[in-house]
Design a protein around this ligand. Structure first.
Ligand code: ADP
Length: 398
């Protein structure tokens, strides 16, 4: 059984073809600049030198997906001889609202429900739907499965998901906290339980997904009880270009001071903020670290603020769960940021966390990075959202 996993953005598309017999990735690719000048598809295959590259105009996702399907059939860089070998397609869908607490086979009704969440994720859901429509047109009869970023967080209780705003905003517009990166939080929490040789139902885990977008989740007995992102992925941690938690009064204040409209503040908070806005240097933590090492004060302060915010969430989630057994670091910065992990998880002995600097001196490998006598285990676990999507897809179409 071979599953194609698609993650469609507004102008990009990431894909992996996975053989579910052994969960091997047959090929992996990225299409960029869909619908704009300079469209390009790049695909790689493990163990094969070089890359498969296609540079030609792609006016929409359907054009891009046709080229993806040609790529996965390539005799050198592909993974199947014929399209008919693709048994199912798993789509990452960002927002499932309150409708979806798990993955589903895509039907007309499901598409309609995804469309109903467009307002909540205007940059993502329409792109996800374009991928679904393109797949249906090009591979009719092959089942499509939607795996939602929000689904794993649907176990949150009103205490965690309600905002302190008039209840009618929830009733009329669905204004509540949803949470994102659910597929990643689910994958790494399950792996943490496996690595610790424990049943996830007996564990309190805090998962820190620290990528360009970043979120923390509190997972008690296998269920999310709280997470740092909210109605949209803007809430919570300081991120690459997103501000995370701020005093909401800053919004009307800035609107008045700088004459901004709704789109203007949206852009300010989502694209011009985070460590990028705080430093004026970059949204990439490697650049911020390099500047901090040279003594750039804004870079030093931004890193401190970033680490403090993560620490604050870990502390609050330990309080919410009445303790914590394991803390997991994942995604770009979580997997690679040796100093960042150390800065976040050191000086937390009061919580029972004791890091092992030597064990922590590693990038991108599954490993326990806390000291042997640390009451709380700290783990580095590379995330694998694509595998999770493929597993859900297999389970639903088998
Ligand atoms: P995305 O949210 O785009 O999927 P990733 O999970 O790939 O993001 O994380 C990307 C981020 O990880 C980069 O912006 C960079 O800040 C950070 N990162 C990657 N490698 C390192 C590293 N070696 N040290 C510190 N940060 C890193």
């Amino acid at each position: 059984m071979k599953v194609l996993v698609l993650n469609c953005g507004s102008s990009s598309l990431k894909y992996q073809l996975i053989d579910m017999e052994n969960e091997a990735v047959l090929c992996i690719g990225l299409v960029e600049r869909i619908g704009i000048d300079g469209s390009i598809l790049t695909q790689k295959k493990d163990g094969v030198e070089g890359k498969y590259i296609v540079e030609q105009p792609m006016k929409d996702h359907q054009d891009a997906i046709k080229l993806v399907l040609a790529g996965v059939q390539d005799s050198v860089y592909g993974g199947v001889k014929d399209m008919s070998e693709i048994d199912a397609v798993g789509h990452r869908v960002v927002h499932g609202g309150e409708k979806f607490a798990s993955s589903v086979v895509i039907t007309e009704e499901v598409e309609e429900a995804i469309r109903a969440c467009n307002d909540l994720a205007p940059l993502h859901n329409p792109a996800n739907l374009m991928g679904i429509d393109a797949m249906k047109a090009i591979l009719p009869g092959v089942p499509n499965v939607a795996v939602f970023d929000t689904a794993f967080h649907q176990t949150m209780e009103p205490a965690a998901y309600l905002y302190g705003v008039p209840h009618r905003l929830y009733d009329e517009y669905g204004v509540r906290r949803y949470g994102f990166h659910g597929t990643s939080h689910k994958y790494v929490s399950q792996r943490a339980a496996e690595m610790l040789g424990k049943d996830i139902k007996d564990l309190k885990i805090i998962t820190c997904h620290l990528g360009n977008g970043a979120s923390v989740a509190a997972i008690k007995n296998g269920k999310v009880i709280d997470t740092s992102m909210g109605l949209t992925p803007l809430e919570g941690l300081i991120m690459g270009t997103r501000c995370g938690d701020i005093d909401p009064a800053i919004i009307p204040f800035m609107m008045r001071k700088e004459g901004l409209d709704a789109d203007g503040v949206d852009n300010l908070m989502n694209k011009q903020s985070g460590v990028y806005g705080m430093t004026g240097i970059s949204s990439d933590f490697r650049d911020i670290e390099a500047a901090a090492e040279k003594g750039d004060q804004k870079a030093i302060d931004a890193l401190d603020a970033y680490h403090t915010r993560v620490k604050k969430y870990i502390g609050s989630y330990a309080a919410e769960m009445n303790g914590v057994d394991a803390i997991v670091f994942t995604a770009g910065l979580g997997e690679n940021g040796i100093d960042n992990r150390m800065a976040i998880a050191s000086n937390m002995e009061y919580l029972g966390v004791k890091m092992d600097a030597e064990a922590n001196n590693v990038r991108g490998k599954e490993r326990v990075i806390s000291a042997a006598d640390s009451q709380v285990k700290v783990l580095l676990i590379p995330t694998n959202e694509e595998l999770m999507i493929a597993r859900d897809t297999l389970a639903l179409v088998k």
